[in-house]
Design a protein around this ligand. Structure first.
Ligand code: FMN
Length: 176
């Protein structure tokens, strides 16, 4: 398959952007995500696809719940913070107001449009992103709003490229 038409078709969908957060032990993580969707009505299910490169992916594997914050067209600064730097280098939560929400999930004070959701399954079919299936346990919104769409943040450079992998690959790997 030629990649050009696929990329063009996907860009035309112009998805809304979310920030996915998770906590495990003392560690908090969060990243900007464009790959996400409701995936069932009854029971309610919501999927997010996390890059294997991301600090947020590794923390989410250890977490039971995630936060899914829907950004508005006024939230570009949050998109920049969560999409262009990595928790591997920077504590993003030192730069933004957040608190422990339901199930200990880090919730962003500036994002009252969000889900707290329980992980029900993780699907890795070999691609560079992994599907995290969730069951929403709490939803909050403020009424109608204009979402921040990919087209408004397409100029941002991700904190990790999808092909990045941690070195050493696990914290327990012996040093070379
Ligand atoms: C426009 C845009 C869309 C992105 N979409 C996703 C996505 O769907 N899934 C994902 O895991 N990362 C996505 N990223 C990349 C992460 O948000 C980015 O690499 C982030 O800095 C990773 O942070 P972390 O290492 O602290 O988790 C996107 C980045 C940008 C700029």
């Amino acid at each position: 398959m030629s990649p050009g038409p696929f990329a063009s078709l996907m860009a035309s969908l112009d998805p809304p952007m979310v920030v996915v957060t998770a906590a495990a032990g003392d560690e908090r993580a969060g990243c900007l995500v464009g790959f996400h969707s409701q995936s069932s009505i009854d029971p309610a299910r919501y999927c997010v696809w996390l890059s294997k490169a991301n600090h947020t992916y590794r923390v989410t594997l250890l977490a039971a719940h995630v936060g899914i914050h829907v950004l508005t067209d006024g939230d570009r600064q949050l998109a920049e913070l969560f999409g262009t730097v990595s928790g591997d280098d920077v504590d993003k939560f030192g730069r933004v107001a957040a608190e422990a929400g339901p199930e200990g999930v880090p919730v962003l004070s500036a994002c009252p449009r969000r889900l707290v959701a329980r992980k029900t399954a993780v699907l890795d079919e070999g691609g560079d992103h992994v599907c995290v299936v969730t069951e929403p346990v709490e939803a909050a919104t403020t009424g109608p709003f204009a979402p921040l769409r990919l087209s408004a943040v397409a100029d941002l450079h991700p904190g990790h490229e999808a092909a990045d992998r941690p070195r050493p690959p696990t914290e327990r790997a012996p040093r070379p």
